[in-house]
Design a protein around this ligand. Structure first.
Ligand SMILES: *[C@@H]1O[C@H](CO)[C@@H](O)[C@H](O)[C@H]1NC(C)=O
Ligand SMILES: *[C@@H]1O[C@H](CO)[C@@H](O)[C@H](O)[C@H]1NC(C)=O
Ligand SMILES: *[C@@H]1O[C@H](CO)[C@@H](O)[C@H](O)[C@H]1NC(C)=O
Ligand SMILES: *[C@@H]1O[C@H](CO)[C@@H](O)[C@H](O)[C@H]1NC(C)=O
Ligand SMILES: *[C@@H]1O[C@H](CO)[C@@H](O)[C@H](O)[C@H]1NC(C)=O
Ligand SMILES: *[C@@H]1O[C@H](CO)[C@@H](O)[C@H](O)[C@H]1NC(C)=O
Length: 522
């Protein structure tokens, strides 16, 4: 329902030039949309500064057909209200209804990411890090660091593979840390000194495990408080000390990636099984006291539990958060997206445990068994990411952390052939990398909804909001009102928005698009 008034509105919007460098478009025949090519000769950049101007709406739009952060301005006096109320949806924003505070957005330093970065010429690897962490990139503020190996490594290993070394005399970081992670973490810190790192192990050393392997069905040997559990707790302390000695401080940790996997037969992923009750004992008797004694208490290091799919959340956290001897060590919960669209449990969690924050600690596309892992220029996947981020935020999540920062054309390397998609992938044979639609779509969150932003309440007053429409609203620390809208429909969607400027106005969002509207709060 595009009224003539609205056509006029889109003509008033002034397209403005910024210092951004345009996307070097490559459209592959199999791609739904295009990728942006970066090589030594050219790479696009996203300069959005200033994000807002007084008396104007600043609009950034990314879509399937042609735009990547296309910027336009509309003077508030040029806004039109569709008084015939023909808008598809009417929404009201309540700027005094303040909800959760944002921790941040980012991606993960994995061995696979470092292996791919190392294949690029140095200047191009630096460019890639800038694309994620620099002011003209996605401005990431949180990153996960894998402790030792995950499946996205070239082999299984731990920091101490010497059998029964209970004193951890042989603990040491490996060449993987130095060549694949630390090198690039330091470059990231160069762009953003406020970067919050959190660490997650996939498995303990194999000699501490019932199955004697890094992967497959297994839990820690012995009982809570025994030498096996104590040694594993000390292993964490050694890790943080080793990184600290190299000048890298962490902000947080999860005690284990996807602890449910250690109980699933035949899955063969690296893992260490913990039920919620086992995790409660580990934190209470071993990990919590060990970290505290080494100076890594709650004020220094945020311990997040779960680090697994949402359906496990409520049962897993109960034994941990209901016991004051355990919860004294815990700051938040971390969740994964692989169960998809279960975010209501986050709201349930928040209402029961409002003092703990919620963070999405891992997500990636290309994980479904019947689909190709890495697909080029896939717009549907960009929409899936945006939908998940918005549903999470609207259900009290404080941020979202992507999986591997960069993979290769096959979605690897992964020593278990458990390939995936990534926001950026490199060309295996020539010095080039590609920024997928997901990269830009996710940037609509990481660039604007900076740490400290506060979510605002919004209400749908009229119209149908189906799964093809998602929206969220924030107030940034610099006092900008931010409205983010996803339209998955093939047709434009007309929205009437009140509470954003001092009068209601109507805006048309293009088909298959993600849009951010920003305006300084009066
Ligand atoms: C806006 O939110 C505040 C705080 O939650 C609430 O007190 C107020 O009633 C809301 N206003 C409207 C118009 O809903
Ligand atoms: C483990 O450490 C001990 C004592 O420092 C040393 O003698 C031994 O060579 C080390 N073993 C390995 C495999 O590195
Ligand atoms: C960080 O930046 C400085 C200059 O801005 C440069 O000299 C240094 O090499 C950079 N360090 C890394 C690890 O990229
Ligand atoms: C919370 O998540 C559910 C399921 O993912 C979603 O349907 C719902 O819209 C979200 N809540 C809000 C307020 O957006
Ligand atoms: C894009 O991704 C979606 C979701 O994973 C998938 O169903 C679809 O087949 C992909 N499209 C192409 C062209 O690969
Ligand atoms: C990788 O580079 C080769 C050689 O230039 C080219 O043929 C191929 O299309 C590139 N791959 C992608 C995904 O663009």
């Amino acid at each position: 329902m595009m009224s003539t008034q609205l056509i006029a509105l889109s003509l008033i919007a002034i397209c403005i030039t910024t210092l951004s460098l345009a996307c070097q478009v490559r459209q592959h025949t199999e791609g739904e949309s295009f990728v942006c090519v970066c090589n030594e000769a050219y790479c696009d950049s996203i300069n959005t500064e200033p994000n807002s101007l007084p008396d104007h709406l600043t609009i950034f739009q990314t879509d399937k057909s042609s735009h990547r952060f296309a910027k336009s301005l509309i003077h508030v006096s040029d806004l039109i209200y569709d008084s015939n109320q023909l808008a598809d949806v009417r929404v009201k924003i309540n700027t005094t209804d303040r909800k959760q505070k944002i921790i941040g957005f980012g991606g993960a330093f994995t061995d696979a990411a470092g292996i791919n970065l190392n294949k690029l010429p140095d200047s191009l690897a630096d460019k890639l890090i800038e694309d994620y962490f620099g002011p003209n990139g996605l401005q990431y503020t949180v990153s996960r660091v894998v402790m030792a190996s995950s499946d996205f490594s070239d082999r299984p290993y731990s920091y101490d593979d010497v059998e029964n070394d209970f004193e951890l005399k042989n603990f040491s970081l490996t060449h993987d840390d130095h060549q694949y992670k630390i090198k690039y973490i330091k470059k990231a810190f160069n762009w953003t000194s406020q970067l919050k790192l959190f660490a997650s192990p996939w498995s303990s050393p194999k000699w501490l495990k019932t199955n004697g392997e890094i992967n497959g069905l297994g839990i820690l040997k012995g009982d809570p408080g025994s030498i096996y559990w104590k040694t594993y707790a000390n292993y964490f302390v050694k890790f943080f000390q080793a990184y600290e000695a190299l000048g890298i401080d962490f902000w947080g940790l999860t005690p284990g990636n996807e602890p449910s996997v250690g109980f699933i037969p035949f899955l063969k992923l690296p893992s260490l099984g913990f039920s919620g009750a086992m995790m409660a004992e580990f934190i209470k008797r071993d990990l919590g006291p060990a970290l505290k004694a080494a100076g890594y208490d709650k004020n220094k290091l945020k311990l997040m539990v779960l680090d697994d799919n949402i359906p496990y959340l409520m049962n897993f956290v109960w034994p941990i958060l209901s016991d004051p001897e355990v919860n004294q060590y815990v700051s938040g919960v971390a969740y994964h997206w692989y169960a998809q669209s279960m975010h209501e449990a986050l709201t349930q969690f928040h209402s029961m445990y409002p003092e703990y924050f919620i963070l999405s600690s891992e997500a990636c596309e290309g994980f479904r068994a019947n689909e190709k892992a890495l697909t080029i220029g896939n717009w549907t996947r960009a929409e899936n990411v945006v939908a998940d981020v918005i549903e999470g935020l609207n259900n009290w999540s404080s941020g979202w952390v992507d999986w591997n920062l960069v993979l290769d054309e096959t979605g690897g390397p992964n020593w278990l052939q458990n390939a995936a998609d990534a926001f950026i992938f490199i060309n295996n044979t020539s010095p080039e990398y590609y920024k997928q639609p997901m990269f830009y779509a996710f940037g609509h969150f990481s660039k604007f909804i900076q740490p400290g932003s506060i979510r605002l309440g919004h209400t749908i007053i009229e119209g149908e909001v189906d799964a093809n429409i998602k929206m969220t609203t924030f107030l940034s620390p610099s006092n900008d009102l931010i409205f983010t809208f996803l339209n998955r429909n093939q047709k434009p969607i007309e929205l009437s928005i009140s509470g954003f400027v001092d009068k209601p106005f109507t805006f048309t969002f293009g088909p298959r698009s993600i849009t951010t509207i920003i305006k300084p709060l009066k």
